[in-house]
Design a protein around this ligand. Structure first.
Ligand code: F6P
Length: 341
């Protein structure tokens, strides 16, 4: 079979491992040929493609980023986007497409599947907010990077008797903040799922300073105050209509300094969480997803996404994966609250 591969949305560590595994399985075991599309959905939309053989992917396992490039191009926003993709796949002689992405990329994949395009999805995102799979690759690496950063920030904060606010990624889901907070022993974890009370956060920090020389708070970029009084959004939107967030960490640190009289600093980890080499866990998960995606194409299991359930890789309908965002449930957040204050 002739198979196209693309990576869309925010990149994450493990994308190259997934590409490599799909190509290896397809070429070596199924006799497939692969075509790489550049920059997410822009590739099939504009027919920007190149041959992808085993030699091209041989050494990419530990590389961060994606050799295919990525973008947030949304073909559903174009009048004839679906028709153009269908035509380009036919012109290139492709039998199927493997789309590696998060909610947005796989949402497009699902729409294309419903329009009759043979597509299989592979879940990725550092945010871990995709339904249908227990975990996405990229998440473990992001949490490891953020945890190391929080540990380092704690020692300098202790030297200077400061509060430090570590802002991590996560617009709508607080998984990175929750896991980083637990792993780094944060004194408060703030997530988008539960609006925070500024007075409560202040009293946690004050309590912390009575017992310790520093306070470390881990905050999702999408966390917001209960009273909704702080303006945290830039107002800009990307091609999928997401508001560009930013500034909650800085606003929080300023407010804490004002309320507690203690020095406070904020650090936005931003894209550091997405760059560089994947952890061993993410390499293995991405590799297994890639292998199973090539198998799903071979089996004609179009409209599905490979998924982790427990320790097994299964297939779930794309529609199930993109229907609702997987957010942090209250009982998981409650685990972190034990350590607040
Ligand atoms: O979707 C993954 C993600 O990492 C979010 O956590 C974050 O808000 C966003 O990407 C940032 O994307 P960009 O690369 O467009 O700045």
């Amino acid at each position: 079979m002739r198979i196209g591969v693309l990576t869309g949305g925010g990149d994450c560590p493990g994308l190259n491992a997934a590409i490599r595994a799909a190509v290896f399985r397809g070429v070596k075991e199924h006799g497939d040929e692969f075509t790489g599309f550049r920059d997410g959905w822009r590739g099939p939309l504009e027919r920007d493609a190149f041959p992808l053989d085993a030699a091209a992917v041989g050494d990419i396992l530990p590389l961060g980023g994606t050799i295919l490039g990525s973008s947030r191009t949304n073909p559903l926003k174009e009048d004839d986007g679906v028709a153009r993709i269908r035509r380009n796949l036919a012109d290139l002689g492709l039998d199927a497409l493997i789309a590696i992405g998060g909610e947005d990329t796989l949402g497009v994949a699902n729409a294309l599947h419903e329009a009759g395009v043979p597509v299989v999805g592979v879940p990725k995102t550092i945010d871990n907010d995709l339904s249908g799979t227990d975990q996405t690759f990229g998440f473990d690496t992001a949490v490891s990077i953020a945890t190391e950063a929080a540990d380092r920030l704690r020692t300098t904060a202790e030297s200077h008797h400061r509060a430090v606010v570590v802002e991590v990624m996560g617009r709508h889901a607080g998984w990175i903040a929750l896991h980083t907070g637990l792993a780094a022993g944060a004194d408060a974890v703030l997530v988008p799922e539960k609006p925070f009370d500024m007075a409560e956060v202040t009293s946690h920090v004050e309590a912390r300073f009575r017992a310790s020389r520093a306070a470390v708070l881990v905050v999702s970029e999408g966390a917001r105050p209960a009273e909704g009084s702080l303006e945290l959004q830039t107002g800009e939107r990307d091609a999928f209509g997401h508001v560009r967030l930013g500034g909650v960490g800085e606003r929080l640190a300023g407010e804490l300094e004002r309320r507690t009289g203690r020095e406070a600093r904020s650090v936005v980890l931003g894209h550091l969480q997405r760059g560089g080499t994947p952890t061993a866990f993410d390499r293995v998960l991405a590799t297994r997803f890639g292998l199973h995606a090539a198998d799903a194409v071979r089996a004609g299991a179009y409209g599905t996404m490979v998924a982790l359930r427990g320790t097994e890789i299964t297939r779930v309908p794309l529609a199930e994966a993109v229907g609702t965002l997987k957010t942090v449930p209250p009982e998981r957040y409650a685990e972190a609250e034990v350590f607040s204050g």
